[in-house]
Design a protein around this ligand. Structure first.
Ligand code: G4P
Length: 536
């Protein structure tokens, strides 16, 4: 039973830059999965005044918007787990961490814009993990860049090979459909139908063809479109290699698809290939060797913690990615870091606003469990074993601010709140090493995180704070190149930056510009300055 359940799981995230169409694509995937019946059922994120107010509104409503959800939906016998990466302006470490819980990613590109900044950052995390990455070029119904041009950009900017699985065909210069190179099918786009349809059905049933020379293809296209397709096909053949599955599985080759999410076009061709190519959950590394998903014993790790999802209960939910065995309602598990036994009373899945208690979950699934305050990001849960999954790295923040308490009488609330938020991973918190004077400094990947921290400290903990600018622009986790223990005084003397400690008391150097970091690297090869930190 478990084997079958594992084999049909596909756990992934969509990575993209704001506006590429992630919300639209997610919604359409849910429509295909039959989870929602109507386009627009997913809380629209359009027309929001700002991401901050949206977050606060979400806070007020006590709902979970699609941006924080784990969506499970069926598709042709597969069970797809889409872990939505909180994106957009509320870009935060959570986004990176979520990528540690998936087995693959879909990189969504806007046809007109190609590879954009946020996509590049998210891609780097996927690349570090060497997970399979699919590419989907969206908005093909609009004018945009030449497909070859886009491929060239993905290959050169991201340093990954690309294998176009579908290829766009045009009639009169207008997007007409896609040719599926592996399935030997042509999918035709019915623009008229698409415009009149809010739901599915913009796509005509695919036509099986022998190849692009098939008369059926010829009949659909005008001379110009047909010549273009022939010419493109020749170029693709020249570019040569077939689809190399091994390279794909290690994240070195990305199968590429074209379509238009809003028009429902190219999604079926994509979904079919996605389910077929994307691997089910694979073994996960631990400090005691890899753990197979089919192992009987339950295991999983916490990759996200969210507090106060339900203000009435002031609860904290830990999101657990299951790696092996089966999680059942009410089961007892071992919390490896503390050695404690914990009962998982009501493991839940989240679908937009609704929380559903689940009886059984399998490797690849993500469940939310009640967190009595025990969990930290990266914690391992098992059925009794003492192994730990590889730690989830912390990522160097890009924005910094000094945190100042406004009302000294609220010191206790302040300390509790800030510790909670740092544990939750909402923000990175730096403090001076023991015996040294200094301020508390916050580090974040996105500016919005500061606003969220300020707002939550006030509304949830009653502690007012002020954020002041600091000169820091870069954070790095230092280590000795020879592995020897760090001497903080020697390090402070050597670098032109401020030495502080993170919440786990790991040393961090804050630099005010890239030049200071480069100088430190050049003059002091005895140190390495890490962009991520792992371990305790
Ligand atoms: P995001 O979550 O990645 O930020 O993107 P979202 O889905 O919100 O899409 C951003 C905009 O792009 C939306 O337009 C959406 O309708 C549009 N879009 C998505 N897919 C396609 C596509 O295949 N073709 C075209 N032409 N547009 C697409 P908007 O103007 O911001 O919102 P709305 O007024 O359309 O609702």
């Amino acid at each position: 039973m478990s084997q079958h359940e594992i084999a049909r799981r596909r756990t992934f995230a969509i990575i993209s830059h704001p506006d590429a169409g992630k919300t639209t694509l997610t919604e359409k995937l849910l429509l295909y999965g039959g989870v929602i019946q109507l386009a627009g059922a997913v809380k629209a994120k359009r027309g929001r005044a700002s991401a901050v107010s949206d977050w606060m509104e979400m806070e007020r409503e006590r709902g979970i918007s699609i941006t924080t959800s784990v969506l499970q939906f069926p598709y042709r016998g597969f069970a797809l787990n889409l872990l939505d990466t909180p994106g957009h302006a509320d870009f935060s470490e959570d986004t990176y961490r979520t990528l540690h819980a998936v087995d693959g990613a879909v990189m969504l590109l806007d046809r007109a814009k190609g590879v954009e900044a946020q996509t590049r950052k998210l891609f780097r995390v996927c690349k570090q993990r060497a997970i399979p990455i699919f590419s989907f070029v969206n908005k093909m119904d609009r004018a945009g860049r030449d497909p070859f041009d886009l491929i060239g950009e993905v290959e050169s900017v991201l340093g990954i090979g690309v294998f176009p699985v579908t290829w766009p065909i045009f009639r009169g210069g207008v997007f007409r459909g896609v040719w599926h190179r592996l399935a030997r099918r042509v999918y035709l786009f019915d623009a008229g139908h698409a415009a009149s349809s809010a739901g599915l059905g913009a796509e005509r049933p695919p036509v099986e063809v022998a190849g692009i020379d098939d008369p059926l293809v010829r009949a659909e296209l005008d001379d110009e479109g047909y010549e273009r397709l022939k010419h493109d096909a020749e170029l693709l053949e020249l570019a040569g290699d077939g689809f190399d599955r091994e390279k794909f599985l290690e994240g070195a080759l990305s199968p590429l698809f074209f379509g238009s999410a809003i028009n429902n076009f190219g999604l079926e061709a994509f979904l079919e290939s996605f389910c077929e190519l994307m691997p089910p959950p694979r073994p996960r590394a631990t400090d005691q060797g890899p753990v197979e998903p089919a192992r009987d014993e339950f295991s999983g790790f916490v990759f996200k913690i969210q507090a106060n999802m339900d203000k009435a209960h002031r609860d904290r939910v830990a999101f657990v990615r299951i790696c092996s065995g089966k999680m059942t309602r009410g089961m007892k598990v071992t919390h490896v870091r503390t050695g404690k036994e914990i009962r998982l009373a009501n493991p839940s899945t989240f679908m937009a606003r609704d929380r559903t208690v689940v009886d059984e979950s399998f490797p690849g699934d993500v469940v939310g469990v009640h967190d009595p305050g025990t969990f930290e990001i990266g914690d391992t849960l098992t059925g009794g074993s003492t192994f730990s999954f590889e730690p989830i790295p912390s990522f160097a923040p890009e924005h910094f601010a000094r945190l100042v308490m406004v009302d000294p009488l609220k010191r206790k609330q302040f300390a509790r709140g800030i510790e909670q938020l740092a544990q939750e991973g909402t923000i990175q918190l730096y403090h001076p090493p023991a015996g040294r004077a200094g301020d508390l400094v916050l580090g974040a990947l996105g500016q919005l995180q500061f606003e969220v921290v300020k707002y939550r400290l006030e509304s949830e903990y009653g502690a007012q704070v002020r954020l002041e600018p600091v000169p820091w622009q870069l954070a790095r986790w230092p280590a000795r190149a020879d592995g020897a223990p760090l001497d903080l005084d020697a390090l402070s003397d050597a670098v032109e930056g401020m030495v502080v400690l993170d919440v786990r008391d790991r040393p961090v150097v804050l630099f005010d510009r890239a030049w200071a970091l480069q100088t430190a690297e050049r003059l002091h090869p005895e140190y390495v300055f890490g962009e991520t930190a792992t371990g305790v």
